[in-house]
Design a protein around this ligand. Structure first.
Ligand SMILES: [Zn+2]
Length: 222
């Protein structure tokens, strides 16, 4: 394995521990992957292992067709979904999947989350749509997810959870954190009155600012 792949494993473990502490997932539900472009390999968390107990040797390395290259455990049940997103989005190198409470409330009510906060507009680049329902782990869910995600950075899986994507793991994790906070604010502001949505022009301007001025430079190994 190249240095880039070994570094990618360390990143998955680090973000896995942070995800477990963040309460965006409970137990082993939720998964993380990252693409090492130069090696054409994906590092993904194993199925049924709590993220707070995650170690680099528990991770699974697969090729872009999903064949296991390294690892003794079973890859996450959502491997198909992760691979489908990497295939449809050449700009994406990391995917984080959570079952966070307010995100799940949106996913269960099957309502898109409009861009109501500036940080959300910056990172997500628009609303968070809802992918049509299909059971977890199926090729149908993978297709529905990629289709609904389009060029955005987050999507709800109907009656299931949240997908956040990014150029690197830290960014995909931040997307999930910001989507969760925005979903909470949206639900609370709906109780207080009518949530006001940012205009498409404002969303575009915030997203462009993030892409051109705010975002960290790319990791040279990717
Ligand atoms: Zn899930």
């Amino acid at each position: 394995m190249s240095l880039a792949t070994e570094e990618a494993k360390d990143n998955v473990v680090r973000v896995g521990h942070r995800m477990a502490q963040s309460r965006l997932v409970v137990g082993s539900w939720g998964n993380i992957s990252t693409l090492v472009k130069k090696d054409k390999l994906v590092i993904i968390t194993p199925s049924a292992v709590n993220c707070d107990n995650l170690h680099a040797h528990a991770l699974i390395t697969v090729d872009l067709e999903g064949n296991v290259v390294e690892g003794n455990l079973k890859p996450s049940t959502e491997l198909k979904l992760h691979l489908a997103v990497y295939k449809s989005r050449p700009d994406v190198n990391a995917i984080v999947h959570t079952h966070s409470t307010y995100g799940c409330a949106m996913a269960v009510s099957r309502q898109a989350l409009p861009p109501i906060l500036e940080d959300m507009a910056q990172l997500v680049g628009g609303p968070v749509p809802v992918a049509e329902y299909a059971p977890a782990g199926t090729a149908e869910l993978a297709e529905n997810c990629s289709h609904a995600l389009g060029k955005l950075n987050a999507v709800f899986l109907a009656n299931h959870g949240v997908i956040g994507v990014g150029r690197e793991l830290e960014e995909a994790f931040q997307v999930c954190q910001i989507v969760e906070r925005t979903a909470k604010v949206y639900i609370l502001s709906g109780i207080l009155g009518t949530p006001h949505v940012l205009t498409p022009e404002d969303v575009k301007s915030h997203h462009n600012y993030y892409l051109t001025c705010y975002r960290r430079p790319t990791n040279k190994n990717k």
